[in-house]
Write a protein that binds this ligand. Structure first.
Ligand SMILES: NC(=O)c1ccc[n+]([C@@H]2O[C@H](COP(=O)([O-])OP(=O)(O)OC[C@H]3O[C@@H](n4cnc5c(N)ncnc54)[C@H](OP(=O)(O)O)[C@@H]3O)[C@@H](O)[C@H]2O)c1
Length: 333
């Protein structure tokens, strides 16, 4: 089989397409012919080994996992002797362990892992996207934020992989969403239901005077910063009395500032959370929910650009640039 591999940390060209031996499923595994995966900011961190703490997970001096990629969407081509729940020919969507190994034509997935049937009629490209951003946005918003009709939500980095999912989920919950995006994503975030749109190159939402809050004078119940562009301290004055600042980006500075500021504030909270630490059962349940929402049309899978496996280095270059409108998909076979 062919796979995108890298043996050193570095620029996009360290990722090359190579022919590797076909993997063999164990007795409790599935072998999946992978049709689509995604490449997001986390994949760039794994490829470059930055920030430094990424190396604690991916290898200190060189990549511990040569094949990157966290989502698998395709068809089961073999099952282990002990697998009864899934058969050859079934279409499945899965998350790989550690978010690696999916940029390959064949992927072994444990049958009791984060794997679910792909809903009938849902294309593999959409399934891969729904297995990416929503797997962070759904638990962030349900576990840490109180979304209710009329809630004021500010999404910073709304046009990217996690942001497009979070924006749509908040709108579907009846929230009044203000989306912060670069110029390329403005039309997209409007189309996804943002009530207010801020071009971040023209205005810094965090620079409003203390107490000013949302643009119409009220404050935000949730600030979701998926770009890691702000901090709890910089957003605190934008929050309602029990509002929460949530970020997906665990930079040491944001972590430290968030913790320090949170200690001194009552009611308002700053939270840095990590979806990778969730149990397999929770990930499987969220994956099922995300695919169901996508299949019913409640959640749109937004493609920024598709790259065939042969152009994997171009995909890395594009994602490294950081200004996306949707999710970058890697197609296989
Ligand atoms: N904690 C967790 O469990 C977890 C899980 C998944 C992802 N993450 C992290 O979450 C972050 C976002 O991931 P992603 O996959 O959604 O990335 P992404 O698709 O690249 O989206 C990031 C978005 O941020 C915007 N952006 C870039 N610089 C900005 C700035 N200075 N101010 C405001 N917006 C800015 C970009 O669009 P514009 O430049 O056009 O505005 C882009 O659309 C990454 O750092 C990733 O590692 C964490």
């Amino acid at each position: 089989m062919r796979a995108a591999t890298s043996s050193a940390y570095g620029p996009p060209d360290v990722v090359r397409v190579a022919t590797l031996p076909d993997p063999a499923p164990g007795p409790r595994d599935l072998l999946v012919r992978n049709r689509a995966s995604t490449l997001a900011a986390a994949g760039v961190a794994a490829r470059t080994g930055t920030p430094w703490f990424a190396r604690l997970a991916f290898g200190l001096r060189r990549p511990r996992y040569p094949v990157l990629g966290g989502e698998v969407a395709g068809e089961v081509v073999a099952v282990g002797a002990d697998v009864a729940s899934i058969a050859v020919g079934d279409r499945v969507t899965a998350l790989t362990r550690m978010g690696v190994g999916a940029h390959a034509e064949l992927v072994v997935v444990p049958a009791d892992g984060a794997v679910v049937p792909t809903p009938h009629g849902l294309p593999d490209v959409d399934a891969a996207i729904l297995a990416a951003g929503p797997l962070t946005a759904l638990p962030f918003l349900t576990d840490h934020a109180r979304l209710r009709p009329g809630a004021r939500v500010l999404v910073i980095g709304a046009s990217g992989c996690v942001g497009t999912a979070a924006l749509q989920l908040a709108v579907a919950a009846g929230a009044h969403v203000t989306a912060v995006s670069g110029p390329r994503g403005l039309d997209l975030v409007r189309a996804l239901g943002a009530a207010e749109v801020v071009d971040r190159t023209l205005r810094d939402v965090t620079a409003q005077p203390a107490g000013a809050g949302a643009t119409d004078g009220t404050r935000y119940d949730v600030v979701l910063d998926v770009a890691g562009a702000a901090s709890y301290r910089r957003c605190r004055h934008l929050l309602s009395a029990d509002g929460v600042y949530l970020t997906t980006v665990p930079s040491a500075a944001i972590l430290w500032r968030t913790l320090r500021s949170a200690r001194r504030t009552h009611g308002r909270r700053g939270v840095v959370a990590f979806t990778g630490l969730r149990s397999t059962a929770l990930q499987r349940a969220t994956l099922r929910e995300a695919l169901a929402l996508g299949s019913s049309g409640a959640l749109r899978a937004v493609v920024d650009q598709e790259y065939p496996l042969d152009r994997i280095a171009d995909a890395h270059r594009h994602v490294e640039h950081g200004h996306k409108a949707g999710t970058v998909v890697v197609t296989l076979g």
